[in-house]
Design a binder for this molecule. Structure first.
Ligand SMILES: [Zn+2]
Length: 416
């Protein structure tokens, strides 16, 4: 046991700013002597072990205190309080996502499908028992359609595997109009000719002026005529752009709600500001709006670029089995963003936007019926203080900001 403590103390001593060897030997001998002393008193082994552990925790806390007292750590702590740190962290997150996702490849592919005249492309699949179920189409039926249809300018089959290899029929690139790097939001590492697949995803290009519904009617009647194919009514035609934009719109809606809620909060806050002081604290609210827009944006980009929310099968069926649970998690994350943005904003100085410090407890919760109770925070540069009541319905002393410095006061006195 003592050996493990020695290793931990050796590791912790790296965080100690100076005279590490002395710090190390002092703590090791301290623990050793303490243990020896307890044993000599004839105490039980378990008790000695617990007390020695206690001493070891003391050594770790001491190392942590010395570490946090280092000038660089103190500087970092103070930098963390500034609004630039928060905005910098958001910018860094955006830059990291851009760098690791090939410049938002999936988001760009959803917004601007990288195919010429993409509005005419359709995905043809076969419905299943469930409403959103989609299945691949038999290769023989695809060949029958190809030789008989009149609404499509071209029709092709494709299939892909988990390793990013896509197998496609001969005319695939003619129908698609290009040889893309990413197909249906899926990165394709290698294209190869299709051989011997029985079921395929089907891509079609509508003739100009033909609607997807016209094509669906024709393909269904052809499938019925093809015979031996019972589910002709279940042939589904989905515009490719609609299918690929589904996750974009769904999660943009959720994250957009968070943005909207925060912007409404900002609007009401600005109105209150103007009523109370006669002017709007531009810097303060600009910072809030920046958070309100960019934090939900980071969440949405992370969902689109890194999760399975955007992936689907060749027939267009969502592959994400945990989708309902995931949507709940996204809603919770949006609520957490709204809560954090408002909380972070309240706990900042109205003049310099640094996080307020030195919390002081005032009053006691036990006497809340007759007196006020809460916490007061001040700006470390003395611009003002913020009082936060322990209960939001405190009628004796409402929460709020008190200006202490001329820098935060309105430039001209407000008539009462
Ligand atoms: Zn301040």
């Amino acid at each position: 046991m003592l050996f493990l403590y020695r290793i931990a103390i050796l590791a912790a001593s790296l965080a100690v700013p100076r005279s590490r060897a002395a710090w190390r030997s002092a703590w090791i001998s301290e623990i050793r002597h303490y243990r020896k002393m307890l044993r000599q008193r004839g105490l039980r082994r378990r008790y000695v072990r617990v007390r020695t552990w206690h001493h070891f925790v003391g050594a770790m806390l001491n190392a942590w205190c010395l570490f946090t007292g280092r000038p660089s750590v103190v500087w970092f702590h103070s930098a963390m309080r500034s609004p630039a740190f928060c905005l910098g962290a958001i910018a860094l997150a955006l830059a990291l996502i851009a760098a690791t996702s090939h410049g938002f490849a999936i988001t760009r592919a959803m917004l601007f499908p990288p195919y010429p005249d993409a509005g005419r492309l359709i995905v043809i699949s076969q419905g299943g028992i469930l409403q959103n179920d989609r299945h691949e189409v038999p290769a023989a039926l695809l060949n029958y359609w190809r030789s008989h249809d009149t609404t499509l300018a071209g029709i092709a089959g494709y299939h892909w595997n988990r390793h990013g290899t896509a197998s496609v029929t001969q005319d695939f690139f003619t129908v698609l109009g290009t040889r893309p790097y990413c197909f249906l939001l899926r990165r394709v590492r290698q294209w190869q000719p299709l051989a011997g697949a029985r079921e395929l995803g089907v891509l079609g290009r509508l003739k100009p002026g033909v609607t997807p519904d016209d094509a669906q009617v024709e393909l269904r009647s052809l499938a019925a005529r093809y015979g031996g194919y019972a589910d002709s009514e279940e042939i589904q035609v989905t515009p490719l752009v609609t299918r690929t934009r589904q996750p974009l719109l769904a999660y943009a809606g959720l994250c957009g709600t968070a943005v909207l809620a925060l912007l409404l909060a900002a609007g009401s806050g600005m109105r209150t500001d103007r009523r109370r002081t006669g002017h709007i604290r531009r810097k303060y609210w600009a910072y809030f709006c920046a958070k309100a827009v960019f934090v939900p944006l980071v969440l949405a980009l992370m969902i689109w670029e890194y999760t399975h929310a955007t992936s689907f099968s060749p027939a267009g069926r969502a592959l994400f089995v945990a989708k309902p649970l995931f949507i709940w998690l996204v809603i919770l994350a949006c609520a957490a963003i709204v809560w954090w943005s408002i909380w972070d904003q309240l706990a900042r100085c109205r003049a310099c936007l640094r996080t307020l410090q030195y919390p002081v407890r005032i009053g006691s919760m036990g006497a809340i019926l007759f007196d006020h109770s809460g916490t007061e925070l001040v700006c470390c540069q003395g611009h003002g203080s913020y009082y936060l009541p322990a209960v939001s319905s405190d009628y004796i002393q409402r929460g709020g900001w008190t200006t202490l410095d001329i820098e935060d006061a309105p430039s001209h006195p407000v008539p009462h």
